[in-house]
Structures are given as structure tokens and as C-alpha cells.
Design a protein around this ligand. Structure first.
Ligand SMILES: [Zn+2]
Ligand SMILES: [Zn+2]
Length: 438
């Protein structure tokens, strides 16, 4: 894929702007200075998940200015903006608002110096390290383009600002607070995410599964503690938990289909306090990733079975079996309606040029944007696409040197925000206009 990207990136620079795109793009060009100011303000003032109070209030005001009916505090800090404009489909656009507990190290003149104290109790810097600030600025850009073209479309536009994407809880919070009952239920849901793997202004997409089911699993493994010099008088939970960790690897390698992606990572293993004491408990924390519901079930059932099976093999008594807890709610996999996705991308290819739009492999990361389709009716279509954010010169230099680039969530993630916002504003507005064309 690396080589392909270079070719695509080089090709994009040569490509002339398709004529059909001019009017919308020119109009956006006039709006870009204000959108960049907004972006810098959002970047300098990030807020943690479910604490997006300033952000929500500021953006709600901007949406009111465009003539939307705006409702705040939907799903705690979420904002729903509706524009009813005659008969036609209900199209929902979504941006997420939260920053991350990361100390920014980009050195940007508008870098965040904000701090907050998350649930962990440890005060930390806060940063828009996932690029949600670019999502919000592009969201406002699209709102402005669509509001001033009201005579070109017919239907209902629902634009939502979602809290707490990073916790995987914000979308569900909005749905549980009546997103689909208090407001028009969408026929289409569309969002984008900035991407740290390809050059700024490129559009990437994956038809079908785009992002994974994300499950957090805790396993508590009881033992029978005692003196480290007399193991025969104990049941060592570290040895038992180690056996569980090793055996879990066979779920992906031996039980899942090689054609159905799955991940089990044991990210945390805690037990014991001292060299010569055999602990009476070990604790494991896992992240489990899959696409289909069947694959998810196979993994979760397998984890429970292996934990119990290994404990039996170790001779643990029935009343000291491991306990396995799957966090609820989980983040379900994100599915891009395949035919709809291809239709949208055909339009994007025409608008942005063949070489700026590419199909990319799905990833095992998660996005709670998935909840909007999962909770919609059977006819609903949904799409999340990527907009590359890596500044072209940095991308080229990395290709040359073979060195890595900062990922999303990195304290060094500094996208070419202007290209992300311009590309995404235009893409969101253009697709909405296509769906609701008079
Ligand atoms: Zn993120
Ligand atoms: Zn994100």
C-alpha cells in the first residue's frame, strides 16, 4: 500500500480541478479563513469526553446563526441541529467533539495548554490529538455551504455534534436521549475522520466493515497464596494466568477463520507484590477485536471457556474459578453500506479527481459512529470515510527516509488542517446536496 500511496500522492498534484466543482469550492474558499480561525480556537481549547461544554455552546451558537433549530444537552453534552426544508430524505451529518488526555508537543503557535483531571484522578494536559477539531470545523463549513444553498435542496438536514467518541459512549448517550424519537430519524448518516496514514486532502474509504467490534474484557484469576519457597502448598495464579494468556492466542490462530480478522491482546497483567510470596490473585485486561457478530461471539465464548478450562487443568477448586467480565456497552463494528459507499465515491472521484479517492483496507480500531446504523431502521444507509491529514512535505520525507509518522492520539499529531477541513467540508456538503437535490 505504501508504494501505491506515493503514486497517488504524486498524481493528485498534477490533476486539474474538475470544472463542476468550482462553484461550491469557490464559495468554500471564501469561508476558509473563518473556518481556520474556528479550528485554531477549538484546537487551543480542547475538552475531555462528556466535558465538551465550551465547545458545544460555541458550536450551538454558530449553528443557530445559520438558521438551524438547535437543541443542546442531548446525551449530556451533545448538540442536535435540524433544518427542515420540504419533502425529501433525512440526512444526518455527525462530528465528534472530544479531546484526549495527552500533553501536546506539536509546537504549534495555537497548541493547547489546557489541563483537566479525568476519572483516573491524575491531572493531565488535554489535546485534540485525534483531530476532532478538524471534524468540527469541517462540520461548520458544510453547515454554512448547505444553509446558503437551501433553494437547491429539499429534505431534512440533521447535524449532530457528538460527545465522548473516545470513550465509545457518546453516540449511545445521544440515542438513549431520544436522538431518533425527539428528532427526525435519518435515512442516511455520514461522517468522516482525519487519517494519519495518508497525505492531506486524500479521501480513503472501505466498503462494508470499516472498523472493528471493540470489547474490553477483564479476567480475575484466583489462586491460593503462600510462601514462594513452598509452591506445592499453593495454587500459583501467575502460572495459571500465564497459561491462560498463551492459550488465548489459539483462539485467533486455530479457531477463527483465517479470512475473518480477529485480535486478542492482553494489555495488562497484574499479580503479586514481592519476590518470595505466591499471590492469591492475578488480573488480566484484554482488548478483543472482530468484525462480525459471529466472530465476536466465538472470541468471547472462547475466552470464558479457556479461562475456566485452564483453571480446571491447574486443579483449582470449583469455588475458585476465574471470573470473566465483558464491559457493557461495547463499541460495535462500523459498517459502510457497500452500494451506497460506492455511489458516494463515484461522485467524489468526479469532484476531487480519480487520484484523490482510494479504497483502503479496513482497520481494527473502533468508532461509535457504528451505533447510528445499528440503531436505525433496515433501510438506513451509513458511511464514514477518511480524509488524509499528513502534510505533503512530511509525507514525502517519511517515504524517502522510511521513518514513521505520528499516529492519531500522538502528542505530535499536527495535520494539515486547512486541507482536511477544505476537503471534508466540500465532501460533506456535496454528498448532502446530491442526496437532497431538487
Ligand atoms: Zn481517537
Ligand atoms: Zn477520533
Amino acid at each position: 500500500m505504501k508504494r501505491l500511496m506515493t503514486t497517488l500522492a504524486a498524481g493528485a498534484a498534477l490533476l486539474a480541478t474538475p470544472a463542476a466543482a468550482d462553484e461550491l469550492r469557490d464559495s468554500l474558499g471564501e469561508k476558509m479563513p473563518a473556518l481556520m480561525e474556528l479550528y485554531k480556537d477549538l484546537h487551543a481549547n480542547p475538552e475531555l469526553s462528556f466535558e465538551e461544554v465550551r465547545t458545544a455552546a460555541k458550536l450551538a451558537e454558530l449553528m443557530r446563526d445559520e438558521g438551524f433549530e438547535v437543541t443542546e444537552q442531548v446525551g449530556r453534552t451533545g448538540v442536535v441541529s435540524v433544518m427542515r426544508n420540504g419533502d425529501g430524505p433525512v440526512v444526518m451529518l455527525r462530528a465528534d467533539m472530544d479531546g484526549l488526555p495527552v500533553v501536546e508537543q506539536t509546537g504549534l503557535p495555537f497548541a493547547s495548554t489546557q489541563t483537566a483531571t479525568p476519572a483516573s484522578g491524575v491531572t493531565t494536559g488535554v489535546m485534540h490529538a485525534c483531530g476532532h477539531d478538524t471534524h468540527m470545523a469541517a462540520f461548520i463549513g458544510a453547515a454554512r455551504l448547505l444553509a446558503e444553498r437551501k433553494d437547491e435542496w429539499s429534505g431534512t438536514l440533521v447535524m449532530i455534534l457528538q460527545p465522548a467518541e473516545e470513550l465509545g459512549l457518546g453516540a449511545l448517550a445521544m440515542l438513549e436521549d431520544g436522538l431518533y424519537t425527539r428528532f427526525p430519524e435519518p435515512d442516511y448518516a455520514i461522517a468522516f475522520h482525519d487519517a494519519a496514514q495518508f497525505p492531506a486532502g486524500m479521501i480513503g474509504y472501505s466498503p462494508g466493515y470499516a472498523l472493528a467490534n471493540v470489547d474490553s474484557v477483564d479476567i480475575t484469576v484466583p489462586g491460593i497464596g503462600g510462601h514462594g519457597a513452598y509452591p506445592h502448598t499453593t495454587k500459583d495464579p501467575i502460572v495459571l494466568a500465564s497459561a491462560i494468556v498463551m492459550k488465548l492466542q489459539t483462539l485467533v490462530s486455530r479457531e477463527s477463520s483465517p479470512l475473518d480478522p480477529a485480535v486478542i491482546t492482553v494489555g495488562s497483567f497484574h499479580a503479586g507484590a514481592k519476590h518470595n510470596i505466591i499471590s492469591d490473585e492475578a488480573k488480566l485486561q484484554l482488548t478483543v477485536r472482530s468484525y462480525s457478530d459471529e466472530s465476536r461471539k466465538l472470541l468471547l465464548d472462547g475466552i470464558a471457556r479457556i479461562a475456566r478450562g485452564e483453571a480446571i487443568a491447574a486443579g483449582m477448586p470449583e469455588d475458585r474459578m476465574p471470573t470473566v467480565t465483558v464491559e457493557d456497552p461495547y463499541t460495535p463494528s462500523t459498517y459502510n453500506s457497500p452500494d451506497y459507499t460506492e455511489t458516494v465515491m463515484a461522485g467524489f472521484r468526479e469532484r476531487f479527481g480519480e487520484d484523490r479517492v482510494m479504497q483502503v483496507p479496513s482497520v481494527m480500531g473502533g468508532e461509535d459512529f457504528s451505533q447510528f446504523l445499528r440503531n436505525g431502521d433496515d433501510e438506513m444507509k451509513s458511511l464514514i470515510f477518511w480524509v488524509g491529514g499528513v502534510p505533503q512535505d512530511q509525507y514525502d520525507a517519511a517515504q524517502e527516509s522510511g521513518e514513521g509518522l505520528p499516529s492519531l492520539h500522538s502528542p505530535f499529531w499536527a495535520p494539515d488542517a486547512e486541507k482536511v477541513i477544505a476537503t471534508a467540508s466540500e465532501a460533506l456538503a456535496a454528498e448532502t446536496l446530491r442526496l437532497m437535490a431538487k
